[in-house]
Design a protein around this ligand. Sequence first.
Ligand SMILES: [Zn+2]
Length: 332
Amino acid sequence: MTPSLLSDRIATLPKAELHLHLEGSIQPVTVCALTARHATVTTEEEVRRRYAYRDFPEFIEAFKWVTSFLREPRDYALIATDLGEHLLTQHVVYTEVTLSIGVMLLRKQQPEANFEALLRATESFENRGLRFRWVFDAARQFGADAAMEVVESAKRCNSEAIVAFGIGGYELNIPTKEFRRVYDRAAQFGLHRLIHAGEVGGPEKIREAIELLGVERIGHGITAINDPELMDLLAERKIPLEICPASNVKTGALARQLHRENATIEDHPLPKFLRHGIPVVLSTDDPAMFHTTLNEEYANAARMGLQEEELARIVEMGFEHAFSSAGERRGA
Ligand SMILES: [Zn+2]
């Protein structure tokens, strides 16, 4: 369904979705199927209650709860299949899906076995015009040694489908410089480098990520609106921000960055970033957990006052800033 506010042209353009967490994409009905597999009865109403947050820590709690039912490779296969079907409804032809490998390792799972199941589950989507690529993600709060293990597991999986290493989770608790050796190692393995920065943290988190870690795209980065010089730097170096508007409103990150009690979609700085010449890609982050879709995010961008040509330009940038070659992306 096309969200109101969005033209059919924008809604049906083939799109790339670059900031998307597999574990945040599990629709309530699938959560119920997953919990049932592990002998826990859950209703969709309960899942919806858990998928409502007042702030970022509450969101992380819900994320921990839902991922506690991801216990076997077949659980990952189930949710990836579900995600693929969902992405097709959004005209997504290329996606880089973030996997919480840090959480798998914490739970003493074998990332290689889970990843193998994911590859098998998503293979058939290639024939239907949707290409999956993967980002191996560490949780910042687990520390640099645990993050290094994530890089090592990417190496062990040894797949061209793994395009990047990234860090998410609590942004504020461990200094950026501690992760330098981890990013150096990721680069040695030929992985692109990502990080969530400037979502709830300040502009210095983005600067450090660029200068110390060599990151190539910034997850969220909305705090840049508080630092004109940083905005110039992002525009000059053409470092994209992965913008996820519904997420920023629902976690309270946007209100926090704007120093307000509340913030709405219309307050989002996306139009200012775009018109400042900063590359932006538009994404859903955790679509099930934030009750959004990629087309709904384009409708959100229209609510911020962006014009049709600007929305079309953002669609283009999704492909320009993807981590695989243009020919491969367009081949779908
Ligand atoms: Zn994210």
